[in-house]
Write a protein of this length. Sequence first.
Length: 591
Amino acid sequence: MPSIRRSLIGYFLLLMGVTFLGVGLIVDGFVSAANAARQAADEARLQLDYKVRCRDSADKFDEELLIHAQSLARELRKSYADSANRAVRNEPARRNQLAAGTLAIALGLDRWSALVAGATTGQRSVLETVYWRTVSMMQTEEFSRRSVDDSDHPGLFQIHLPRTATGRPTPVRPSRQAFDFPLDPDRMDRDPAIPEDHHDFADVAIPNVGVFRVVVYRYQLLGRLLGNFPSRGPRDAGRAGPLPAPMNLPGIYVQYARPKADLDALLDAHHAKLDEDLVALDRETADYLRRFLGLLLLVGAVGFAALFAGSWWIVRRGLKPLATLTAAVGRVSEKDFLLPVAAADLSEDLLPIHARLTHTLDALRRAFEREKQAVGDISHELRTPLAALRTTLDVALRKPRDAEQYRGTLADCREIARQLSRLVDRILTLAALDSGQGERPHVAVDVSDIAMECVAVIRPLAESHDLTFRAEVTPGVMAETDPDRLREVMMNLLHNAVEYNRPGGKVTLCVSADAAGVRVAVADTGIGMAPAVRGQIFERFYRADASRHATGVHAGLGLAIVKEYLTRLGGTIDVSSEPDRGTTFTVTLPA
């Protein structure tokens, strides 16, 4: 059997371990869910940041393209203005013609011929000189380096001037560029209403070269240059009035491009940064969960260790009343059956044990006292017949006697020996019952026959005591029992009814059967018993003071034997008695 202390500690630690495990799993579930939600929010934030960076990079890339296109436009205006001014300085008399030629270049020489009739050959010569000088300048490496190569992100450009007399637009590009960026050749004529500084972007795939991000920037050359020339001056022959104001004139288109791979490299870098951030976020989340789990395990281990250490003190304090009761029981001896501990000093759980122990010790004390009294009673009962036997023998031996006198002495000695034998037999019977010996099977018997046998034996004894004996026996009452022990029970009860009766009294035996079982009742009109006596008459060696009125050997064992027999027969016995009015014993047996 394991120790109570170790068992309690084990159960306590097991309970706390299960509790810690359950709480840990619940907390871990909540923390994992919260951490997953936080990680999802962080991933969404990183994805949004990635999209914003990609959009900003694309916008910045397009903005740089537009800035370079505008820079090229400024260079073109400056170069065209310088060429025009040099032409004016060289031929000042032909200023108005040069202004008209400027308008012609802006409109396209073929359209100018239709709008301004009668243009002179000299005008065309001057204007074409300025035009082609500007075109040649834009095709130089110096213009390319000044316009593009000085930037942080060099690219490719292409400029589309208005149509010439040939009817085709004039693409201008650096000499190192061997391909053209596509542009709708009719756009200048078809879309003259596009506002100045208009621009748009497109991705252009050049075969065998690659994909370029291209910006198309439109501006009006004429509107920027007319301010350099007077609107009034000497008129040519056949001309009258100032030059007409230009309205909705076609523009010049500047295309600037960079490889799309440059933008893709920026976007790839942003994507790589996003992947790094996501990996870092996963690592941070895993590290957080690992640290939390480690902290949770540490708290659980420390708490479990603290509970393990404190459980010894808790269990020891809880079992202290049990130790007190154990020490008190250890001080009980055969000389002192008092339990030396008060109920108030014990816990509520030990009060039933304390009450049971107190009751048991009181029963043991009374049993010891009865045993001591029984030894005295038996000694007294044995000493009396032995003293009578010795006295009878001493008297017979004092002088010679005749045969009749010796015969009488021997008869007295035999009666004394018979009484001693009955006493010893009863003691041996109780000893056999206590040891469990002599158990016999039950058989079906006629209780009425056994009762009549007892009547035949007791009736002469009752009549010798001047008593009236009456038997009320129902014939054919059957029961499964031990006939010898049932006979012994009836004989003891009838014998007591005779012994404790008064002269002239009555003894009645009733045998009947009903649904509850077989009933055997023995009633007398004798001395009766007080209520205090009725509760002790079945105890061994108990003898009430009223028993002194009886004759014969009485050691207080008859009713104890009756009680033991009925217990083994499965029956019960009840007693009702009133002092000086009589006693009735009722035996009930299973049918």
